[in-house]
Design a protein around this ligand. Structure first.
Ligand SMILES: [Zn+2]
Length: 175
């Protein structure tokens, strides 16, 4: 599975090839189909101010000439998906972004990540990039470990999931 898309010099999406719709659904935004996204600002499509700033920063770095290759996760409730993103400046101000699935592992569906689960007012933070979850003691662990530790098995009300960037991912982007 390879998803390729491009942005112009103003970060607007110009081109999409591949399973965009599937990616959008896996990232909790099934309404953001490819057909509706051309011409839109890529940073504005990603969830959370932190991810928006990060997207803008990565696009700027790719325009600077050095191609970037970054591992990331794009999990579904019942599957861990390990991907790699490759950003390459196009010389005309545009950037091509290629996301490639490296491998996938099945798992028991994580109710915390399912749509249409009743939610409490509590919040669990999940890293948008590596999909690890934050424990109360500020430790970031695989989501299954967080579910185990915090006993978030469902089907009853579960906390809301809020996305951010974990310290390890943030450090890797600025290295
Ligand atoms: Zn992370």
């Amino acid at each position: 599975m390879i998803l390729v898309y491009s942005v112009d010099g103003a970060d607007r999406i110009t081109d999409i090839t591949g399973p965009w719709d599937e990616f959008a659904a896996a990232n909790g935004a099934p309404g953001l189909t490819a057909a509706t996204q051309r011409g839109k600002s890529l940073p504005e499509l990603v969830t959370g101010v932190e991810m928006q700033l990060l997207t803008t920063m990565l696009l700027r770095r790719a325009r600077g000439g050095t191609p970037l290759r970054l591992p990331f996760r794009c999990d579904a409730p019942d599957e861990r998906r390990f991907l790699e993103m490759h950003l390459q400046g196009q010389g005309n101000g545009g950037v091509q972004i290629e996301s490639r699935l490296l491998r996938a592992e099945s798992r028991l569906a994580v109710a915390l990540l399912e749509d249409h689960v009743p939610r409490t007012d509590e919040v669990v933070y999940v890293c948008s990039w590596c999909k690890r979850a934050r424990l109360p003691r500020q430790e970031w662990v695989e989501i299954e470990a967080a579910v185990e530790e915090l006993r978030l098995f469902g089907p009853g009300p579960l906390p809301q999931v809020s996305h951010g960037i974990c310290p390890a991912c943030r450090a890797s982007f600025f290295s």
